[in-house]
Design a protein around this ligand. Structure first.
Ligand code: NDP
Length: 286
């Protein structure tokens, strides 16, 4: 199993990265430094997480060559204070780069399929074309929104980062993305522990059969499906555990057992729920 995937524009992306959602800004530098020391070379943050500066400080402190790292951040919904969502997007991109202390990103994502994301995408195409974002993509897009964006723009998103875990497997969405050349990236691979994921009997039995942990079985299941994944942990032992999934393989029977856990619905929120559209859409971050 390869440890990288190749995106639709030829850019190589490590299949496992380190996510920093919900790590408080004051703790993020230490967590990212520990993750880099554990061997992660792919980091996933967002303007909305409030910790881009700390991620940047950890990158600087690590002394690692920039070219060895794959850094993703995300654009929050723009509200056109300057009268132009496209200009606001370019400004937000510059702000994220400055906070991260970088002069280019490996991947820039539209965080939510809300607001005027067509204008956002046009600006993102520009930063992709001028080389300041090696790849651009989206997050939380349902298939219809993804296809619509593709049909009306020049550049097909390289990635769609969506909730994907054993209880919400996204099999049909994945197939549709494959057909369009869009890489599926899982967020919340452990469902943040919801639904008792770490003690689930099916996953526990498979883990015992391989002498691995439930977390490792879940990550292996994702990488075996060629899904990019960005587990979050603030514990160095778990950071190492979550990278150590390349020395075993799930059998066809075990894959079938995991398939049976799919409930086909989000454990977090529904981007098509009007109350959620309002709650996210009215959030300001700058
Ligand atoms: P995860 O599914 O990765 O779960 C994280 C939780 O699992 C934490 O409580 C962590 O605890 C625990 N954990 C991690 N590793 C282990 C392990 N080996 N054994 C037991 N427990 C473990 O949730 P996230 O929501 O953080 O998702 C991952 C990343 O996805 C985010 O950090 C973010 O980068 C991205 N994301 C993107 C979203 C989007 O809208 N685009 C939305 C949500 C997430 P502890 O830290 O104490 O180890």
């Amino acid at each position: 199993m390869s440890q990288t995937v190749t995106l639709n524009n030829g850019v190589s992306m490590p299949i496992i990265g380190f996510g920093v959602f919900q790590i408080p800004a004051d703790d993020t530098q230490a967590a990212v430094e520990a993750a880099l020391a554990a061997g992660y070379r792919h980091l996933d943050t967002a303007a909305a997480y409030g910790n881009e500066e700390a991620v940047g400080a950890a990158i600087t402190a690590s002394g690692l060559p920039r070219a060895d790292l794959f850094v993703t951040t995300k654009l929050w919904i723009q509200h056109a204070p300057t009268g132009s969502v496209e200009n606001d997007t370019l400004r937000a991109f510059d702000t994220s780069l400055r906070r991260l202390g970088l002069d280019y990103l490996d991947l820039y994502l539209i965080h939510q399929p809300l607001g005027d994301y067509y204008s956002e995408w046009r600006a993102m195409q520009k930063v992709n074309q001028d080389g300041r974002a090696r790849a651009i993509g989206v997050s939380n897009f349902h298939p219809d929104r993804l296809v619509d964006l593709i049909e009306h723009n020049e550049i097909t998103p390289a990635v769609n980062q969506i909730e994907t875990h054993p209880f919400h497997q996204r099999v049909a969405d994945h197939e549709q993305m494959r057909e369009r050349g869009v890489q599926l990236e899982s967020w919340g691979p452990f469902a943040e522990g919801r639904n008792n994921l770490f003690t689930d009997p099916v996953l526990t039995a498979i883990a015992e059969a391989h002498g691995k942990s439930v977390a490792q079985v879940v990550l292996r299941w994702l990488v075996q499906r060629e899904v990019v994944v960005i587990p979050k942990s603030v514990r160095p032992d778990r950071m190492a555990e979550n990278l150590d999934v390349f020395d075993f393989a799930l059998t066809e029977d075990q894959l079938k057992q995991i398939a049976s856990l799919d409930a086909g619905a989000s454990l977090f929120f529904d981007h098509r729920d009007p109350a959620m559209v309002t709650a996210l859409g009215t959030r300001r971050i700058d």
